[in-house]
Design a protein around this ligand. Structure first.
Ligand code: TRP
Length: 326
């Protein structure tokens, strides 16, 4: 049998797991497990670029891992690990940075955005964020990287860095490519920006039903519709957009909305209950996961990832012209 392609992806532990994380990424990660050899990790080094105090990230690492396990990541089939437990990735990032022209990272859109948003915290880690991301990927010689659209510029940069590394030293790494998730960018409750923990416009997945009801109730809907008796515009309504993911007969609801036969309040109510019901099995699995079990899975996964990392680093050091580690 041909060797299965190796997949890698990571998520930063910066807050509660939300619809954007699930529909835009994790759902795909779960499905990829059937076909590929998968490495999935909690990107806690990356989280430090915006939250420099690791202590505040600890609880979020547990939360994110538990959520990922609850939605179907399977430690028997995938290597599930914690980035900082494999410190080899930091050395690899350093070595990749030697072949990364400054101009390439300076033009990264996410860096420019962050620098604009948080001008008081433009650190070097933020600038080299995509290089560390590249190290994550090539550390396991990942070939496919399931990500959302927003990550494409990073992947492009990483491919260029990999080509340059291979050209400069030796063809050590395969060129990774992005595996785009089908779900388009999920918008947040504000109906404007992408759903994101930092923006604070999220709808949860495994949160308590009451939390989800409140989040859905806060969603901005059709701004052109002031009264229920006015016809709605489902195409530009954020609540209607989510119906596509949660109702097979979403078109029926879109019609009702267009004919002013259902109001925004009612639509939100139905949506919230459907979200709660859809994710109830996840909520149950998550409730059963103890701190010890989650820690154990991360520990075992990190050990496995580290074995791969050591091997890659040995090869890399030789290619670059550095002595073997003691
Ligand atoms: N930058 C990714 C995000 O914000 C997280 C990430 C870190 C990642 N390292 C990665 C994703 C490696 C894919 C591969 O979503």
């Amino acid at each position: 049998m041909a060797e299965r392609m190796r997949i890698l992806s990571g998520m930063r532990p910066t807050g509660r797991f939300h619809l954007g994380n699930y529909l835009g990424a994790a759902k795909n990660w779960v499905e990829l497990q059937n076909q590929y050899e998968c490495f999935y990790f909690v990107a806690d080094y990356h989280a430090l670029t915006t939250e420099p105090d690791g202590h505040t990230v600890e609880a979020k690492i547990f939360d994110l891992t538990a959520d990922l396990l609850a939605v179907g990541l399977d430690p028997k089939r995938s290597v599930i690990y914690q980035q900082s437990k494999v410190p080899e990735v930091a050395e690899l990032s350093l070595l990749l940075s030697m072949v990364t022209p400054l101009s390439w990272v300076l033009r990264t859109p996410t860096f420019k955005e962050m620098a604009k948003k948080h001008p008081d915290n433009v650190n070097l880690g933020l600038l080299s964020y995509p290089v560390l991301q590249g190290a994550d990927i090539v550390m396991v010689k990942g070939q496919g990287v399931p990500v959302g659209k927003d990550q494409l510029p990073h992947l492009e940069l990483i491919r260029e860095v990999v080509r340059k590394f291979n050209r400069t030293y030796a063809p050590v790494f395969p060129e990774p490519r992005a595996l785009l998730t089908e779900a388009p960018n999920i918008k947040g409750t504000d109906g404007k920006q992408r759903m994101s923990k930092t923006v604070g416009n999220i709808v949860g997945v495994t949160d308590d039903p009451e939390v989800i009801r409140k989040q859905v109730r806060s969603m901005v809907t059709d701004v052109k519709r002031t009264y229920m008796t006015q016809p709605g515009h489902p195409r530009t309504c954020n609540v209607c957009a989510l119906y596509k993911f949660f109702f097979d007969d979403w078109q029926h609801y879109w019609d009702l909305c267009r004919k002013a036969q259902i109001g925004c309040g009612k639509k939100k109510e139905l949506l919230a209950e459907r979200i709660i019901e859809t994710f109830q099995p996840f909520r149950e699995v998550r409730a059963e996961l103890s701190q010890e079990r989650v820690a154990g899975i991360l520990e075992a996964g990190s050990e496995a990832a580290r074995a791969v990392a050591r091997q890659t680093l040995a090869e890399v050091r030789q290619a670059v012209g550095l002595p073997p580690v003691l």
